[in-house]
Write a protein of this length. Structure first.
Length: 260
């Protein structure tokens, strides 16, 4: 799927561009100190954010050479939320939906989340679409192998909502714990189709995407927050500010994300 097609899909939502909550004047360093940021920064982020957050982390490290952004932990938001609630050490949490972030906040593991991006679903198929899938209704065909995210994962919850709008029942061959696993199975030819985020297929030539009817009604809004147990809270807040800045929003838009 071309970048222009993905951006067109997001434009249909009216979400492509900068959000009012994403201030272009957001500082790259946390307020209250001129000391350079240093030490280590540990980030937990939804799997669908992997390529965008890798670029954001690289840009942030360029601005703060004394800071080491550890390899970011990517997984299903619900998996990461459980780890945080159980005490896993992290400074920043970025979720693929507000419900999962709410669980972390309610448990006292994070505070004051802010929305920073949005995303929608597409039907992903192997390159060339060998099964000829062109609508959400096709996924109900019992002769097709369809994989979905598990319902407790944001991509799975969104998938169930989208399928429900079309009154489509899918007997999934497997229910995965993150969107990357769905994409991997389809790309490997182990499944005829799956539902993933529009951003997941951007820039890939081993899969194709079909924009299903009703996708503009199912939008995932991504929140980010500093954890309450952050070991490097000043750097964590500075990273959140960077994600919300015009530079950070440009990186997210380049990867196909819409504004909050």
């Amino acid at each position: 799927m071309t970048r222009s097609v993905i951006r067109a899909a997001l434009l249909g939502l009216g979400v492509l561009g900068l959000s009012a909550c994403a201030s272009s004047d957001a500082p790259s360093d946390a307020a209250g100190s001129d000391d350079p940021l240093s030490g280590q920064l540990t980030i937990f982020a939804a799997a669908s954010l992997a390529t965008a957050f890798d670029d954001l982390a690289a840009g942030f490290e360029d601005q703060h050479p004394d800071l080491d952004v550890r390899p970011i932990s990517y997984d299903g938001s619900s998996v990461l939320a459980t780890q945080l609630i159980e005490g896993a050490p992290a400074d920043v949490f970025a979720s693929a939906d507000q419900r999962t972030m709410g669980l972390v906040v309610d448990a006292g593991a994070a505070a004051n989340p802010v929305l920073f991006a949005s995303n929608t679903l597409v039907i992903v198929v192997p390159a060339g679409n060998p099964a000829g899938i062109d609508s959400i209704v096709d996924l109900a065909d019992p002769d097709l192998t369809v994989v979905l995210c598990a319902a407790e994962v944001p991509c799975g919850s969104a998938a169930q909502t989208l399928l429900g709008y079309g009154d489509v029942h899918v007997d999934a061959a497997s229910l995965e714990q993150n969107v990357t696993a769905v994409l991997t199975k389809v790309a490997a030819g182990e499944a005829d189709a799956g539902l993933v985020y529009a951003t997941d297929v951007q820039g890939r030539d081993d899969v194709s995407a079909v924009i299903p009817e009703g996708t503009h009604s199912v939008v995932n809004h991504y929140p980010i927050a500093v954890t309450t147990g952050a070991n490097n809270a000043r750097a964590a807040q500075a990273f959140v500010d960077y994600v919300l800045s015009s530079d950070g929003q440009d990186v997210l838009a380049d990867h196909g994300f819409g504004a909050p």
